[in-house]
Design a protein around this ligand. Structure first.
Ligand SMILES: [Zn+2]
Ligand SMILES: [Zn+2]
Length: 324
């Protein structure tokens, strides 16, 4: 399918990873023609959410293979251990088209967002069963549409490793559980009480401005109850989450000059991690590449070209300085 080598590279100094990939330019929107490459679609019948393997005129959410995936089982690459660790960028990457219109995320109806979350649960279950998939990212890179022609969508990415930000959180939660027998999210919910950092809550979710955010303009949507896996959220819970995402998104959309992203902070699907407490992070982004870096610690980069550019520039500057 692809003749380039795609690697995941690991940096033992920072703990971050990078993948050589850049956002593709499409001549036509691949999501408007989702029926060509459809995996499944979601539609409503008599008020109930239904899943179909075929696409009809009435789809509201459609799932396809990403036409230019970040990770894919067909990719070749190099295996290296130490200290320049790399592996082929193998995995799965689906796109969930949210509705048929090119509009910002927060202008979607609550129902469309809910159907998108339902589709994400289905993809999550499917990816969980793949041997090589160790972690599953669910993310909205660009709410204002700087990715895939402005067609709103979720990216679901099955990775062969746990990305740094998630790995650090898992270690942190486990340590707190071992030391104190407590969950930081549950305890933060308790101690925030009626504080003005809790901007909205219902029986399922709380919308919280973090005490100490880790991203610009970060808002977190915390699950009200401890440890329930994403794929097991009920329709009522995802409906309520869809509403929160729409309202939080509409608020973020009012911040002038900013785009925003959404990252689901979920535990890895195959590990026993009942010390973890899922939440969704919504945050400002400058570029689409920031979404994965700020959300998960994964840098999308083209290291071969940037190495060439930087070293050529450096040699030019050096020449001027030392007069060679
Ligand atoms: Zn489109
Ligand atoms: Zn908890």
């Amino acid at each position: 399918m692809v003749d380039r080598k795609f690697n995941i590279k690991y940096d033992f100094i920072s703990g971050n990873s990078s993948i050589n990939w850049s956002f593709p330019e499409f001549a036509n929107c691949p999501l408007c023609t989702a029926d060509k490459d459809l995996i499944f679609s979601i539609f409503r019948k008599s008020g109930y959410i239904k899943l179909s393997r075929e696409i009809g005129e009435d789809w509201s959410v459609a799932v396809i293979d990403h036409p230019s995936p970040i990770v894919d089982d067909s990719y070749e690459g190099e295996w290296n251990d130490w200290p320049l660790k790399s592996e082929p960028a193998k995995g799965r990457h689906y796109v969930i088209a949210l509705g048929k219109d090119h509009i910002p995320f927060h202008e979607l109806s609550k129902d469309t967002i809910m159907e998108g979350l339902y589709a994400a649960q289905e993809v999550y279950k499917k990816f969980s069963e793949i041997n090589r998939v160790v972690y599953i990212i669910i993310s909205l890179f660009s709410a204002n549409g700087y990715d895939i022609k402005g067609h709103p969508h979720f990216d679901v990415i099955g990775l062969p490793y746990i990305p740094k930000i998630i790995g650090d959180q898992l270690n942190g939660f486990r340590q707190i559980y071992e030391d104190r027998n407590e969950c930081p999210v549950c305890d933060i919910i308790k101690s925030e009480g009626n504080s003005n950092r809790i901007i909205y809550s219902n029986e399922n979710w709380l919308v919280v401005i973090p005490w100490s955010p880790m991203k610009y303009n970060e808002i977190r949507i915390l699950q009200a109850t401890h440890y329930k896996q994403f794929q097991k959220l009920t329709q009522k819970e995802i409906e309520s989450l869809a509403f929160m995402l729409k309202v939080v998104g509409a608020s973020m959309g009012k911040l002038k000059g900013h785009d925003y992203s959404i990252a689901f902070n979920l535990p890895p699907p195959k590990r026993s991690t009942n010390y973890f407490h899922m939440y969704v992070s919504v945050y400002s982004t400058q570029t689409v590449e920031d979404a994965l870096y700020n959300g998960y610690g994964i840098l999308l980069t083209d290291p071969d070209n940037s190495v060439k550019d930087i070293s050529r520039t450096f040699r030019g500057v050096l020449k001027d300085f030392v007069g060679l």
